[in-house]
Design a protein around this ligand. Structure first.
Ligand SMILES: [Zn+2]
Length: 134
C-alpha cells in the first residue's frame, strides 16, 4: 500500500504505477507485473472525500469559532484547499487501493503467484500431440 501511495509498482517498488494522472499502467515497466486487472472502482474517490472532509471540516469549525470571518473568506480559503488536497490525495489513495488488492491477491492478482515455469511450459507443449488438421 505504501508503494502504491508513492506512485510505485506494488510488486517491485521501482516502476511507476501510473501512466497518466489516474491511469494505471497495464504492466510494470520495471518488473513486468500485470496491473491491468485491478478493480479500484469508486474506492479511491470515496476514501479521498472521507480524508479531505475529516481534515477540512474541523478546520472550518475552528476558524469560524475563533475568528468568525466573512463567508467569502471561508470560500476563498476552503474551496481551493479542498480542491488541492483532493487532487494531491486521489492518486495516492488509488495507488494504495491497487497495492492492497495486489497484496491480498484480489481481482486477478492471485495469478501473479502462478506464472508458468518456462521448463514446465516447454514440457507441457511437448506432451500435446500435433493436431492432424493444420
Ligand atoms: Zn514493478
Amino acid at each position: 500500500m505504501v508503494r502504491g501511495a508513492i506512485h510505485r509498482c506494488p510488486s517491485c517498488g521501482r516502476g511507476s504505477i501510473f501512466r497518466r494522472y489516474l491511469k494505471i499502467v497495464d504492466t510494470c515497466h520495471t518488473c513486468g507485473e500485470e496491473l491491468h486487472h485491478h478493480r479500484a472502482d469508486d474506492a479511491p474517490p470515496y476514501f479521498t472525500i472521507f480524508i479531505v472532509g475529516h481534515i477540512i471540516i474541523p478546520l472550518v469549525l475552528v476558524v469560524e469559532k475563533t475568528w468568525k470571518p466573512e463567508i467569502s473568506t471561508h470560500m476563498l480559503l476552503w474551496l481551493p484547499l479542498a480542491i488541492l488536497m483532493t487532487l494531491f490525495l486521489l492518486p495516492a489513495v488509488k495507488g494504495s487501493i491497487v497495492g492492497l488488492q495486489w497484496a491480498l491477491r484480489m481481482h486477478g492478482f492471485e495469478l501473479s503467484d502462478r506464472r508458468p515455469d518456462p521448463q514446465q511450459h516447454d514440457q507441457q507443449h511437448r506432451d500435446i500431440p500435433e493436431s492432424p488438421v493444420a
